[in-house]
Design a protein around this ligand. Structure first.
Ligand SMILES: Cc1ncc(COP(=O)(O)O)c(C=O)c1O
Length: 358
């Protein structure tokens, strides 16, 4: 198929059924591989849609500067979009940003601005956002998409990704999706519940994340979780919350790679770990887990034993095979629970100065 540019290849990502890693032989667990998007993650969808909406609203002049805080994937998306559309891109990153992500972004011409000081809770997210706001004030014509509060973030998934899923499935019992800004969970959850009224929506967050109001503590996974409550996390469609630990997600990543040939990012590992638990309690039900990015982003981290040791995770503590992982799935460290997400903040990013996380 011939395309005018790479962005036209966005979407229509494959869904793959797990074949070996199943709590029961009749289980139907499906994984949507968002790493198949052009820059390797789910964020291509939100980034392009938010940007096009800003263009249509006349907020972006040709050659404008995009400034964004990113744990990796939004940065890759913007680097690609900037290269194709002719925008200058400045990415505010931190020492947790994977090496391959930085190399990808700079290869496409993006500039990096690295914050090195974590906030009082040990997170870099609020420090990065403060830096973005400063750069936007200092650089003439600079613009930030504000993925945490921008309603076009969940809208992108509602309008596009959800329609792909509806085409692929006649029936769906559960959607299992991770949270950072809340964009894809909120957009997919609300749209899919309209189509599959009995759908159970299970949110997956990192143990240590404050997105659902728990106190923030540092964790290793990237992409998933946040140190405050984002405005785009809409509690309405969410039925349960599963808080997954680093070792649970990393174990799932490694077993999925070795036994299913699926090389997923850490949040994809967390989503599948959680979906396996849901399947264990609901045999044979069709369950869809969203894998936000490819494990190619983390080859030198998650998939590297030495990196894990250097960062305080002994590879010996991870599950080594499917049997081991499935045993663990029956006894997760934090079993899923009904969610009480509390009131949605009027502006999620405003929480960074008031929410006690900054
Ligand atoms: C790898 C990864 N997983 C999960 C998420 C969470 O997605 P959302 O921001 O839509 O909640 C992100 C967002 O950046 C991500 O990069």
């Amino acid at each position: 198929m011939i395309h005018e540019n790479l962005l036209e290849t966005l979407g229509m990502t494959p869904v793959v059924r797990l074949r070996k890693l199943l709590p029961h032989p009749q289980d139907r667990i499906y994984v949507k591989l968002e790493g198949a998007n052009p820059s390797g993650s789910i964020k291509d969808r939100a980034a392009l849609y938010m940007l096009e909406q800003a263009e249509q609203a006349g907020l972006l002049r040709p050659g404008a500067t995009l400034v964004e805080s990113t744990s990796g994937n939004l940065g890759k998306s913007l680097a690609l979009i900037g290269a194709i559309k002719g925008y200058r891109v400045i990415l505010v990153v931190d020492p947790k940003t994977p090496r391959s992500v930085l190399a990808y972004a700079t290869s496409l011409g993006a500039e990096l601005d690295t914050v090195i000081t974590p906030d009082a809770n040990g997170s870099y997210q609020t420090t990065r956002l403060h830096r973005v706001h400063r750069l936007v004030q200092e650089i003439p014509g600079a613009y930030t998409l504000d993925q945490y509060d921008n309603p076009h973030n969940p809208e992108a998934y509602r309008l596009h990704t959800a329609q792909e899923i509806v085409k692929d499935f006649d029936r769906l019992s559960a959607l299992v999706a991770t949270v950072s800004t809340g964009g894809h969970l909120s957009g997919l959850g609300s749209a899919l519940k309209e189509h599959f009224p009995a759908l159970h929506v299970q949110a997956v967050d990192a143990v240590g994340s404050a997105a659902f109001g728990y106190p923030f503590t540092p964790y290793r996974m990237r992409g998933i979780g946040l140190s405050w409550r984002p405005g785009n996390l809409h509690p309405g469609p969410i039925d349960s919350l599963h808080r997954v630990t680093d070792t649970e997600a990393l174990s799932a990543c490694r077993v999925l790679a070795a036994e299913e040939g699926l090389l997923l990012g850490e949040s994809g590992g967390a989503a599948v770990f959680s979906a396996l638990g849901y399947a264990a309690a609901n045999p044979g039900e069709p369950i869809l887990a969203i894998a936000p990015d490819t494990g190619a982003n983390y080859l030198y981290e998650t998939y590297d034993d030495q990196w894990l040791r250097d960062h305080g995770i002994s590879p010996d503590t991870l599950c080594h095979n499917g049997e081991d992982l499935l045993r663990h799935v029956h006894h997760p460290l934090h079993p899923p629970a009904p969610v009480d997400a509390g009131p949605v903040p009027a502006s999620g990013t405003s929480q960074i100065t008031t929410g006690g996380q900054a």
